[in-house]
Design a protein. Structure first.
Length: 301
């Protein structure tokens, strides 16, 4: 079953086109990454998925339920952790989670609430007023709120922004467990190492359009290959090798993009012909950051 189906979604704010016809399908049980720079349209798309704003054109379905015409059923299938720290200062943590449960008609949900609080390190804060919590603890409560109704689809919008290492580890352990149990996870994050470690498939947005959509392994293999990192004694890289640079050199360190190990010998041969010695050499598998920078630097609109 398709967990989220996004069909030609468009959204404009006056002169700004936030989304320019986004289409993609996220299958049930996937751990999916939605990546892009600031202003790419990620939060707008999530807001449309959550039913918080309406698309100008196109549509979104959650487990087959349209987020506009069948919004109650769609909303029950979805849990969203927003970027912003939004909370009611008049309730304790437990009261907040009970209130959230009530929105979904769950009147006797304390067993699951206790489990979620335990998993997220909130058990000892259950009776603490929300306004007395640190920023990191408030973010844990936002995660808990998104999970109180056990939604099959969970959207995490920058869930670890500005939080400590302990929360990151706690959160990912719990989310990974939920994914193993069949929950679909959609993650947006600026921490690309998190996306590479967690997501099996990713979509990259640029200027409101999908510019890459593939499995993590295929994306790494197809777009960026590996890289040969050379430390040269002087600014002496032969001109014909300059187009292979992943990014401008730093401190005589050159990162060259290669798609096949056989290309290494050709590069070394050209250096020998130029009489250029090598202080140090490393052959590295490209990572998601290399791919992200490469795609965002391309003239795709």
């Amino acid at each position: 079953m398709t967990a989220i189906e996004i069909s030609n979604v468009q959204k404009r704010y006056k002169a700004l086109q936030a989304l320019g016809g986004v289409s993609l399908k996220i299958e049930e049980g996937e751990f999916f990454g939605l990546l892009g720079p600031n202003g790419a349209g990620k939060t707008t798309l999530i807001s449309i998925i959550a039913g918080l704003i309406r698309a100008d054109a196109g549509g979104v379905k959650i487990h087959g339920h349209d987020v506009v015409s069948d919004f109650r059923a769609a909303r029950r299938k979805l849990g969203v952790v927003p970027q912003e720290l939004v909370f009611d200062p008049f309730f304790t943590v437990r009261e907040t989670l009970r209130l959230q449960s009530g929105y979904f008609g769950l009147g006797n949900n304390d067993k699951w609430i206790d489990e979620v609080m335990e998993e997220l390190g909130l058990a000892n804060k259950a009776d603490t007023n929300m306004r007395a919590l640190s920023g990191g603890m408030k973010r844990r409560v936002l995660v808990a709120q998104a999970l109180v109704h056990k939604p099959p689809v969970i959207v995490l919008d920058e869930p670890t922004a500005g939080v400590d290492v302990e929360l990151r580890q706690t959160l990912w352990q719990f989310i990974t467990r939920l994914n193993r149990e069949g929950h679909t996870i959609v993650l947006t994050t600026h921490y690309l190492e998190e996306a590479q470690a967690m997501c099996k498939r990713v979509a990259m947005l640029k200027l409101g359009k999908v510019v890459a959509l593939d499995t993590m392994s295929q994306l790494i293999r197809r777009i960026s290959g590996s890289q040969l990192v050379l430390h040269l004694p002087h600014n002496t890289l032969p001109e014909e090798l300059v187009p292979l640079l992943n990014h401008p050199p730093e401190d005589n360190k050159y990162s060259l993009r290669i798609n096949d190990y056989a290309e290494v010998e050709g590069i070394l041969a050209r250096l020998r012909q130029g009489g250029i010695s090598i202080d140090e050499m490393q052959l590295q598998q490209a990572d998601l950051e290399d791919i992200f920078l490469q795609i965002m630097d391309e003239n795709i609109v």
